[in-house]
Design a protein around this ligand. Structure first.
Ligand SMILES: *[C@@H]1O[C@H](CO)[C@@H](O)[C@H](O)[C@H]1NC(C)=O
Ligand SMILES: *[C@@H]1O[C@H](CO)[C@@H](O)[C@H](O)[C@H]1NC(C)=O
Ligand SMILES: *[C@@H]1O[C@H](CO)[C@@H](O)[C@H](O)[C@H]1NC(C)=O
Ligand SMILES: *[C@@H]1O[C@H](CO)[C@@H](O)[C@H](O)[C@H]1NC(C)=O
Ligand SMILES: *[C@@H]1O[C@H](CO)[C@@H](O)[C@H](O)[C@H]1NC(C)=O
Ligand SMILES: *[C@@H]1O[C@H](CO)[C@@H](O)[C@H](O)[C@H]1NC(C)=O
Ligand SMILES: *[C@@H]1O[C@H](CO)[C@@H](O)[C@H](O)[C@H]1NC(C)=O
Length: 417
């Protein structure tokens, strides 16, 4: 090659001027982040950079590569050690080809001070990834190194623990063929995004001590529209998928959830002065095992809380196994019965379909639909239930819901308070 650079470097294969310019730009950028950075990046073309692990913190070279390269490859066998937070917002056409592992070093003092704050429910995160046309795929692993966090949380219940991955203001993002292990807290937050798909994700949280994997939600969706989560296997210790305020047009399909708190709408209506919307959600073909809940909608009641609307939600083709509460509407979430009566929920729930839910509960009560009075739940349709408790005893419970057809005979008449 006649581009003034050693042809053996394998670096530049595009026309000379273009590449030299690009290379100098990259060099100038990278030298700012430290000399060790450059030698760890192999740039094949404009579009492609390959990272190798450094001896220290790999966050600077990962950030530099994401800012300069269209494809950033972390090869199989490579583990990037991330010691400082990753701000990858405002990206454009970024393809992260994660074949190896990204591991978040569990320096609890550092992260609890420096994790990116997430205002909603007072959270922090290791990694903000956002912008337009983002792909994260490659068959590799995100490792939250959660054990140190599970143990630290056991003796400090106010410890802020990071979410592994926050898709933040992302439009057209695609996350596929990734394993995520041992998040300190939630695995995925989808925050203020539009058109995001997760496909073939394996989520596993496991503690090797007696300390529980608390709050390890699989996905939480917040202020986001058009989100798909499909073909994934989740083993965790809190919600499998949770639709937080302002989740719209969501498809969740073909998930196998074990040990979770279920597929949950909410909790909603928590914060005074805030109006929460969850609309157009379909959760279909879900296997739910050893879980606290199956299909659930939860909203706050009481004095000085928020308001909202849950509309057009379908839970279909659920197979449950050893689930405590396979079907739940709770419009009195974390509120005392007296407060619920005096201050019924201001979150209105309508057009809800529970369709074809089968399997076994862990207790005799397999479904409970507890609504606030005065039409706060309307058009709740229940069909195709084939649920049973252990020992053949099966009960259904409801309040303030009008049910028709076969469901009416299962649930009996719902008392109205
Ligand atoms: C518990 O965690 C909080 C929040 O991260 C921190 O401010 C506090 O110092 C920790 N408490 C102890 C006893 O370590
Ligand atoms: C949604 O994002 C995907 C990439 O994940 C893209 O292929 C598709 O065109 C986008 N859809 C819309 C409506 O923009
Ligand atoms: C799902 O992702 C894993 C890597 O996490 C990969 O090995 C497997 O081939 C993928 N499955 C499909 C159907 O693509
Ligand atoms: C949800 O969207 C509605 C309508 O745009 C808005 O009024 C409300 O403030 C949003 N709520 C949240 C929690 O963002
Ligand atoms: C819900 O879906 C309906 C029908 O497709 C659509 O008209 C409506 O705009 C959607 N709601 C939201 C909040 O996108
Ligand atoms: C209900 O939501 C689904 C998506 O979950 C959507 O396809 C459908 O059009 C919506 N129906 C109405 C009547 O808005
Ligand atoms: C009910 O759900 C089960 C489990 O997903 C599925 O095999 C079956 O085909 C569904 N039945 C109908 C009528 O869709």
């Amino acid at each position: 090659m006649d581009d003034g650079l050693p042809s053996t470097s394998g670096l530049l294969r595009y026309p000379k001027m273009y590449n030299s310019f690009l290379f100098l730009g990259l060099l100038a950028y990278l030298t700012k982040s430290g000399a060790h950075v450059l030698q760890n990046i192999q740039q094949d073309t404009k579009a492609s950079c390959e990272l190798t692990a450094s001896l220290g913190d790999d966050a600077p070279q990962f950030l530099a590569a994401a800012a300069s390269c269209e494809t950033v490859t972390i090869p199989a066998g490579t583990t990037l050690n991330i010691e400082t937070r990753l701000d990858m917002t405002g990206m454009s056409n970024l393809n992260i080809d994660l074949q190896g592992t990204i591991r978040f070093n569990p320096n609890i003092d550092y992260w609890s001070e420096n994790g990116f704050p997430i205002t909603f429910q007072d959270q922090i995160t290791f990694w903000l990834l956002g912008g337009e046309n983002i792909v994260l795929s490659g068959g590799g692993t995100l490792d939250g190194a959660g054990q140190a966090w599970y143990d630290a949380f056991a003796s400090n219940s106010s410890l802020l623990r990071p979410i592994i991955l926050t898709l933040n203001q992302a439009t057209n993002a695609f996350v596929e063929n990734i394993q995520m292990i041992n998040s300190p807290e939630w695995f995925n937050l989808v925050n203020e995004c539009q058109n995001v798909t997760f496909n073939n994700i394996t989520i596993t949280a496991r503690s090797t001590s007696d300390n529980f994997i608390s709050n390890t939600d699989g996905w939480d969706i917040y202020r986001s529209d058009s989100v798909t989560i499909e073909n994934s296997v989740i083993n965790n210790g809190d919600d499998c998928v949770s639709f937080k305020p302002n989740s719209t047009n969501i498809l969740v399909s073909n998930l196998d959830c074990t040990g979770s708190h279920g597929i949950s709408v909410g909790s909603l209506g928590q914060f005074s002065g805030v109006f929460d919307i969850v609309q157009n959600v379909t959760a279909i073909n879900i296997q739910m095992s050893d879980a606290e809940n199956g299909a659930r909608i939860k909203a706050f009641a009481g004095d000085n809380v928020g308001s909202g609307m849950v509309q057009n939600i379908t839970f279909q083709n659920f197979v449950v196994s050893d689930v405590d509460n396979p079907v739940v509407i709770d419009q009195c979430y974390e509120t005392s019965a007296d407060d619920c009566e005096e201050f019924p929920s201001n979150v209105f729930i309508q057009d809800i379909f529970f369709n074809n839910i089968s399997g076994t509960g862990s207790g005799s009560q397999v479904a409970s639909l507890d609504c606030s009075p005065d039409g706060r739940c309307s058009d709740i349709t229940v069909s195709g239930f084939d649920l049973s408790g252990p020992d053949g005893k099966t009960t259904y419970e409801c309040q303030n819901v009008d049910l028709s057809g076969n469901a009416a005979s299962l649930f009996g008449t719902c008392t109205t308070t």
